[in-house]
Ligand binder design. Structure first.
Ligand code: SAM
Length: 327
């Protein structure tokens, strides 16, 4: 199937930003603007609530939102469904003591999702190494009314896990640069959010390199990022995600990361399926993992087929106490 055909099967997703709005009011507001709660493909102005992600709404694929006030006021965030999985799976508690890191934050969709899930309590450190994308991140965070986020223009790999500033970090979201091979509707989707054009250009210019070699380079970088995250002394949960469909950047990286030995506070294992979107049917590739259970603990999205862009996500949890105990 062509890229356009796949893109046509992906609704336009709108995440209600619960930092400053709620889904009931959002639904009422859309209905008062002529929308009908009937599903995104059943009516030209049809919309629906998502079955997996709370506060996510689905609209017909060509719906435009940038001009409407809800978008400008930060009440809605335009974010593909699969890209809502990482923060939802990480599930940082909405408590004063929660400290999280978004290691690769710009343009900031997942950071603002974390802030909303945490009800603006606790603290999120959001790292972005690129100066221009960092500026986009700041704009996004202020529009989305993220009050518990400290954005830092720095390379996550240069942040010392022993720095007392980060000694209480328990949750890390890691969504590093990837091949972007799962994105089928990026032109109309990503260009709508500020600064995404720069992200797109980066992907295009990279694709001049030999594909296989490029994927292996990305995979070594992704593995380095996971290993760095595992060094933070109090971290209990790390979500790793990509918008790639390649096992090289997904299952293979995860398998290597599970062999990491240098974690002083204890090794990590994959959280089981029942903690990682259990009702989502498409899971990791069994032939790439050591056991069917391991593959089942991974989440995959196939571009278009799952009404999302292509995506991969998993949750690492620190093994503490006796084998099998929950951190
Ligand atoms: N999570 C973001 C969102 O949902 O809006 C998208 C992140 S994008 C896939 C990856 C970002 O990580 C890029 O903006 C890139 O500049 C940044 N990045 C890559 N390596 C980094 C590093 N070592 N430290 C901090 N940021 C990094």
């Amino acid at each position: 199937r062509s890229q356009d055909e796949r893109a046509g099967k992906i609704p336009r997703y709108v995440r209600v930003n619960t930092a400053c709005w709620n889904t009931e009011d959002a639904v009422r507001s859309f209905i008062s603007r002529g929308y009908v709660l009937s599903g995104p493909f059943d009516h030209p102005k049809g919309f629906a609530k998502d079955a997996h992600i709370p506060d996510l709404l689905l609209f017909p694929p060509d719906t435009q939102f940038v001009e409407i006030s809800f978008y400008r006021e930060g009440k809605i965030i335009l974010q593909d469904k699969a890209s809502c999985f990482p923060a939802f799976i990480l599930a940082p508690p909405a408590e004063k003591g929660t400290v999280a890191i978004d290691a690769t934050a710009a343009p900031g969709n997942k950071t603002s999702h974390l802030a909303a899930l945490m009800k603006n309590k606790g603290k999120v450190f959001a790292f972005e190494r690129d100066r221009k994308r960092y500026a986009t991140l700041q704009t996004m965070l202020s529009r989305a009314k993220c009050e518990n986020v400290e954005a830092v223009n720095a390379d996550f790999l240069t942040i010392s896990p022993d720095d007392p500033k980060y000694s209480a970090v328990t949750h890390i979201l890691l969504d590093p640069s990837c091949s972007g091979s799962g994105i089928v509707n990026r032109l109309d989707h990503l260009l709508e959010s500020d600064g995404a054009d720069r992200y797109l250009i980066a992907i295009e210019s990279e694709s001049l390199e030999d594909e296989e070699e490029r994927l292996h380079k990305l995979a070594s970088f992704q593995l380095m990022m996971i290993r760095h995250a595992m060094k933070f002394p109090a971290v209990k949960r790390i979500v790793y995600s990509t918008c790639s469909v390649h096992a090289i950047e997904n299952e293979n990286v995860v398998k290597e990361a599970l062999k990491t030995e240098e974690c002083n506070a204890g090794p990590f294992r994959l959280a089981p399926r029942n903690m990682v979107l259990p009702t989502w049917p498409r899971r990791g590739l069994p032939e790439e993992m050591d056991s069917p259970d391991e593959a089942a603990s991974l989440v995959r999205c196939s571009p278009g087929d799952d009404a999302t862009n292509g995506f991969f996500v998993c949750l690492f949890m620190r093994v503490t106490g006796s084998p099998g105990s929950e951190p």
